[in-house]
Design a protein around this ligand. Structure first.
Ligand SMILES: [Zn+2]
Length: 286
């Protein structure tokens, strides 16, 4: 069934900024097990994930969950979580307007990060990049990463970055400190930076403060229970221009329910629209 996307009124768009593929090229067993156990029906998880590894089926799922667009994230974290290649994500999103491909550039695997990103965007059609410092072990303000930031700024694409905690073996949480993005946000003032998980666990206050301070730094709330958002961010209502919805599917599979829970928070209706799609639409040029 065709799904109508309301381009004319971007405030009503529902955008999931944080979606992984169900089937990785290679996934560490502790990741698979964790996702399976957090699924509403662990016994049916394998069938669920096989079904939605077909992009057509996945679009049907998005429709059922009330999502117009989803950012699909590659991941090259060989030693900690697993590998979902850029090619896999490119093929999954090919010819599907609602699926927005984000590449991953692991700084240990590429020599010239800037030209690599330019190629990914200009030739291969990627529309964002996801960084995994916690899983790939580098500091976000490391000058080695600067050519990538420069390219992303020139290309006008957003950079999504894992920040905060992780339960997976081999992670190094220190690399996910949002404070390091203070340097990046200052040095690349036109680059849109999005903090996945908003500094989860250790640094909610930092993520909030920095996103208020820097016009180009956003919070993204995937992996956080919506019912806890006002506890983590008591002044959320003052920052709705800078907050972006994401699910972290398939790690969290109840996308619609989470969006409804955010709608029920004591926030202005206009602010909810921005969180659930308006802010992301601007960053993605939708
Ligand atoms: Zn994720």
């Amino acid at each position: 069934m065709a799904h109508e996307i309301r381009d004319s009124d971007s405030r009503r768009l529902r955008i999931d900024f944080h979606v992984h593929l169900g089937l990785y090229t290679y996934q560490k067993p502790w990741v698979t097990e964790w996702i399976k156990q957090s699924h509403p029906d662990p016994a049916g998880y394998e069938a669920y994930i096989n079904r939605y590894s077909d992009p057509g089926e996945f679009e049907e799922l998005l429709t059922a969950e009330g999502v117009d667009y989803a950012c699909i994230l590659a991941e090259l974290s060989h030693s900690t979580t697993g590998v979902c290649t850029n090619e896999q994500v490119q093929a999954f999103c090919q010819g599907r307007k609602r699926l927005i491909p984000f590449c991953d550039i692991n700084p240990h695997l590429f020599t010239d990060l800037g030209s690599e990103l330019r190629h990914k965007v200009e030739v291969e059609g990627f529309r964002g990049v996801k960084l995994y410092p916690t899983y790939q072990h580098y500091y976000l303000n490391d000058r080695r990463i600067y050519p990538l930031y420069q390219a992303a700024q020139d290309l006008k694409i957003p950079v999504l970055i894992h920040t905060g905690s992780s339960v997976f073996k081999g992670s190094r949480i220190k690399y996910g400190d949002p404070l390091h993005l203070d340097d990046v946000a200052n040095d690349f003032p036109s680059l849109n930076l999005v903090m996945a998980h908003s500094g989860r666990g250790l640094w909610y206050d930092r993520a909030f403060f920095l996103s208020k301070l820097h016009a180009n730094l956003y919070m993204e709330v995937s992996g956080l229970p919506p019912s806890k958002l006002m506890t983590y961010f008591p002044e959320l209502a003052r920052n709705t221009d800078k907050v972006i919805f994401g699910s972290d599917w398939p790690g969290a599979s109840e996308i619609k329910r989470n969006m409804e829970a955010i709608s029920a928070l004591p926030l202005p209706a206009e602010g909810v629209e921005k969180i659930l799609g308006g802010n992301a639409a601007k960053l993605l040029n939708l």
